[in-house]
Design a protein. Sequence first.
Length: 257
Amino acid sequence: MPSPTINLADVKGIWRPVYARRQALHATADAIILAAWRADLHGIGLAPAVAAWRQATGETVDPATQRRRQAAAAAVLGTLSARSWRRTRAALALAAKRAHRAGWAAGHAIVTQDNADDTDFEEPADSPYRIGSPDMTDHTADATAASVLTAALRAGANRAGRAMADSEEDPEGEAEGILGDGLDLELASDVAVSAAYGAGMLSAYLGAGAQAVVWMTAGDARVCNLCQDNETDSPYSLLGAPSLPAHARCRCCLAPA
């Protein structure tokens, strides 16, 4: 069984190109998705949301802070939900498919190359959809995109609503600034990309006949208790391993036992 912990400060062997590619994957996904988000967000005005919020809470009434924030969040979410987010959906679906394929390529390299070999590996050739395939179906990619967008819109509306409700001078501008930073979409898409990557790895391991996997942490002071517990409790059956990622920005990985 491989040693569970990866030392990201000094990555050696096959894990060097695996993690280099993974970091590049996330950086590219962030850039593509946030560019699509900002293009879809362009021209949005939250003045109707501010008006709806004020109507819901009453101009002359000073309601409890929580009620003000909830009403503001609902108003923002209504404005956001009226948009199609076509570019963002497409970018999310593309990122998920690329991540699954990248995870499969990494998993395939891990089970086929010498563990000490730190040379780069090839991308998989096109293949039909089957068990162990490097490809994610369009249906799964679209469903992933829809789920991520729904979560990001709700989280973004909650943050923007809080800013709107707490602002004394410019509620519209404060809320639009929150949406413009794209943080909620970035975090939600990071989880989705890592999940697709992990699913791709498991697909490669499954196709190679692996029976169990170990959870591998990054081996530094930033490792959280949840990830450390996942590593300590390894190995797991191939389909019984904890879901990757354990949280947003998770750096852990799965390796065949």
